[in-house]
Design a binder for this molecule. Structure first.
Ligand SMILES: *Cc1c(COP(=O)(O)O)cnc(C)c1O
Length: 355
């Protein structure tokens, strides 16, 4: 793929934000990648252009029927000054799975990676270098055809934007308080829970707003059919260390297949820890918390890597996990994955792609 480049002049470049106060998703870089799709023509005019508004017809399908998917990954700058991506091929594959589910066009995986690599290279001055910071990469696709009938659109836009983000744990690991909801559900089997599609996040807002009002950080989701089995925590996958076994819900159709989830399973197995992907009920989790068998609980995702859970609140009762403190395994997994991402440790699984 030949990417056309229409770059800003030196004098037009934005000043870089303060690395100590980046936040998440607030600042955007100077340029973005964009290409268009039309049925019969395929993807065309891939280009890197100054970051700017899109022009969309008010009847664009995405605005009415929500054909929108996205991905999220990060570029990390190491002490050696090199910039690394973590398992980006997995994001390319998952983007196409989401596209399939939402009746949207596929993107060649090599071209998806090429677009990210070329854009990040151009924007390399935006990759922050303070510990824990990174450049968050957001590829996304929306239906742009102006049409008010319900059927898959014929025209799409694929774009990639970049935002430098701060360290998730600026003040160290802080185990979070989780509200287990049996009132709202995130996704049902047969639905779109497996796809990284925009509507899933809109659908999750009410539950997390309610939980926040009650003083909790996030929601733990149960399955839609029985409100019995654990699915995810907020927008992360979830793990439980019960006795000496690391358990996570199996990918049953309503759970997002996280790349961090997969990395944790592979690392734990490599360390000789027993792992299980299976249905796990909230009753089993809470019983093991009460009997002291629940040693650790944590969420996994690209943004936080590992997010330790300090307590679970369910039906009017609070259950503490590991005395409300970060567990040893959670800490070890966080240290290992971030060390690989920043190039401080050997990449023995071949997870790193250097820019
Ligand atoms: C993106 C996401 C995850 C985590 O996936 P990673 O690839 O590990 O970042 C988990 N759950 C939901 C709902 C997500 O959107």
């Amino acid at each position: 793929m030949e990417i056309e480049k229409l770059l800003k002049k030196e004098a037009e470049l934005k000043p870089l934000p303060d690395e100590a106060n980046l936040g998440f998703g607030i600042h955007f870089t100077d340029h973005m990648f964009k290409m268009d799709y039309s049925q019969g023509k395929g993807w065309y005019e891939p280009k890197i252009i100054p970051y700017d508004n899109f022009s969309l017809d008010p009847a664009a399908v995405v605005l009415h029927y929500g054909q929108a998917i996205f991905e999220g990954l990060k570029a990390y700058k190491g002490k050696d000054g090199k910039i690394r991506l973590f398992r980006p091929e997995e994001n390319a594959k998952r983007m196409n799975k989401s596209a399939w589910r939402m009746c949207m066009p596929k993107i060649d995986e090599q071209e998806f990676l090429q677009a990210i690599m070329e854009l990040v290279k151009i924007e390399s001055r935006w990759v922050p270098s303070q510990k824990g910071t990174s450049l968050y990469i957001r590829p996304f696709m929306i239906a742009s055809e102006p049409f008010l009938g319900v059927r898959p659109a014929t025209d799409y836009i694929f774009a990639i934007i970049l935002t430098p983000v701060g360290a998730y744990y600026a003040e160290g690991f802080n185990p979070v308080k989780i509200f287990v909801t049996d009132k709202f559900v995130r996704a049902a089997k047969g639905g779109v829970g497996e796809a990284k599609t925009a509507g899933n996040y809109a659908a999750s807002l009410m539950a997390s707003e309610e939980a926040k009002k009650l003083g909790f950080t996030q929601v733990l989701w149960l399955d839609a059919a029985e409100r019995k089995y654990v699915e995810e925590v907020g927008t992360m996958n979830i793990f439980f260390l019960i006795d000496d076994c690391l358990v996570t819900p199996a990918l049953s159709g309503s759970i997002l297949p996280g790349i961090t989830r997969d990395s944790v399973l592979r690392l734990a197995a490599d360390w000789g820890i027993k792992t299980e992907e299976r249905a796990i009920s909230i009753d089993e989790v809470l019983e093991s918390a009460e009997s002291g068998r629940l040693k650790e609980c944590f969420g996994t995702g690209t943004a936080a890597v590992i997010s330790p859970v300090g307590s679970l609140y369910y039906k009017g009762k609070s259950y503490e996990v590991n005395g409300g403190k970060t567990g040893e395994l959670a800490q070890k997994l966080f240290n290992e994955i971030t060390a690989i991402q920043y190039g401080d440790k050997e990449d023995k699984f071949g997870w790193i792609k250097e820019i």
